[in-house]
Design a protein around this ligand. Sequence first.
Ligand code: IMP
Length: 182
Amino acid sequence: MHQDIKKILISEREIQSRCEELGAIISRDYAGKKLVLVGLLKGSVPFISDLCKRITVPLQMEFMDVSSYHGGTASTGQIKVNKDLDADIAGHDVLIVEDIIDTGLTLHTVIRMLKLKGANSVKVVTLLDKPEGRLVELQADYIGFTIPKEFVVGYGLDYQQYYRNLPYVGVLKEEVYTSKEV
Ligand code: IMP
């Protein structure tokens, strides 16, 4: 375990097995549809990478970069589009792939934007859900794990851009928030 991690919340093995389960459900639900996975950068990268390999129906992969958190541990509620989709998604069935839903503000805006682009349907798969943090009403269609309102890192999730490469989801030691070097 990394020296800055206090405890592992979800192990690599648990994540992999959940990806397999979600992949099977999504493959069944999207049979015969024009599936486009839209990964939200950068946090969804490990998840979309493992999940897409477990989906057996034809799919396209797109990425968007929107920011809501600015290097801290609380949501600002501000959303900025840094990178938009490359492809036209009109008439396609979009499945947004997200690392974690906390306040729901990010996804609320992204869903509205993708509907405006003419998607046939827009659904959400999230690795983690923190329902206690919600500021807007929003329910993911597929959830990997529901977790308590705790700041987590690893498997795509960062603290000041670090820890995304950890193969598990863990809780940081308190002293890491107070020191400058990671
Ligand atoms: P929301 O708009 O509050 O739902 O925030 C969603 C985004 O905030 C996620 O895509 C993450 O980038 C970030 N975020 C929320 N909770 C955490 C956390 O516990 N650790 C790391 N990033 C988080």
